[in-house]
Design a protein around this ligand. Structure first.
Ligand code: AMP
Length: 285
């Protein structure tokens, strides 16, 4: 595995791969790798000849300076994990490399980025995500790019950017990797105290409870949300949101028609956690 820190070195390494006729896969990350990240790298390894992972804690998508400052960084550990996962090229740029002085262009996605986390974290969150991912797409020009279903709204935003800005990139969405007790893996989980870690399992229980009543034929948003809220309340979690939305538009729906996404965001102690499940009235994914 080669590690590069500049755009020039990245381009040079990619030119070599491209001249060999390799298909290129990109996995954008903010580091602090866990098995969720590794699953994306392995999926990229399976589908592409040349796998690029970017590791950049993107300041423009943070609405909370403390959250940004406390973001775990361990490049040595991450490099070793990426190498084991079969990554070919690790791109770890500095902030200045990505955002030169007087950086003034942003990619702003309306509609799909305004609900859920776009509402609770503010408009700059998905604007930051869309801008940095657009830059990475331009720099790497991958054939495929890999994202996790755990960040379902991010996936919807990026798919919209790809469609609207005519990127010829296939977006591959990988399933959420969970702890044995159901908690979705997240770099934020390391900030949970043991008691909070236990309470945090309520997010997945809430999604599972809603999926179960959906399997029994209940499709109304009100009923599904109430079941999820009850489960969260048992662990004394007051969510930021529990919302049933269209998986493509991220707009709230009154009932499951075909399939819908039940999405949750909640602070469990300090850490802010998100999770979601695709709900269908004859079962959920
Ligand atoms: P992050 O480093 O948090 O920006 O995440 C980088 C990528 O990993 C994103 O596409 C996330 O959706 C994905 N990801 C994060 N957690 C998980 C998980 N538990 N399972 C699968 N993918 C994940």
């Amino acid at each position: 595995m080669e590690t590069v820190t500049t755009k020039n070195a990245l381009r040079t390494a990619l030119e070599r791969a491209r001249s060999d006729g390799d298909s290129i896969g990109l996995v954008p990350t903010m580091g602090a790798f866990h098995d969720g990240h590794i699953s994306l790298m392995r999926a990229a390894r399976e589908r592409c000849d040349f796998v690029v992972v970017s590791l950049f804690v993107n300041p423009t998508q943070f609405n909370d300076a403390a959250d940004l400052d406390s973001y775990p960084i361990d490049h040595e550990r991450d490099s070793a994990l990426a190498e084991t996962a079969g990554v070919d090229l690790l791109f770890i740029p500095s902030r200045e490399e990505i955002y030169p002085t007087d950086f003034s262009t942003t990619v702003s996605v309306t509609g799909v980025s305004k609900t859920l986390c776009g509402h609770s974290r503010g408009p700059q969150h998905f604007q930051g995500v869309a801008t940095v991912v657009t830059k990475l797409f331009n720099l790497v020009q991958p054939d495929l790019a890999f994202f996790g279903q755990k960040d379902a709204q991010q996936v919807a935003v990026i798919k919209r950017v790809v469609r609207d800005l005519d990127f010829e990139i296939e977006i591959v969405v990988c399933p959420t990797v969970r702890e044995p007790d159901g908690l979705a893996l997240s770099s934020r989980n390391t900030h949970l105290t043991p008691v909070e870690r236990e309470r945090a399992t309520a997010l997945n229980r809430a999604l599972t409870a809603a999926s179960e009543i959906a399997r029994g034929g209940e499709g109304s948003a009100a009923a599904l949300k109430q079941v999820a809220l009850d489960e969260l309340a048992e662990s004394e979690i007051e969510p930021e949101y529990v919302e049933l939305v269209s998986p493509e538009t991220m707009q709230p729906v009154e009932a499951v028609e075909g399939s819908a996404l039940l999405a949750i965001a909640a602070h469990v102690g300090q850490p802010r956690l998100i999770d979601n499940a695709v709900i269908t009235t004859n079962g959920s994914q």
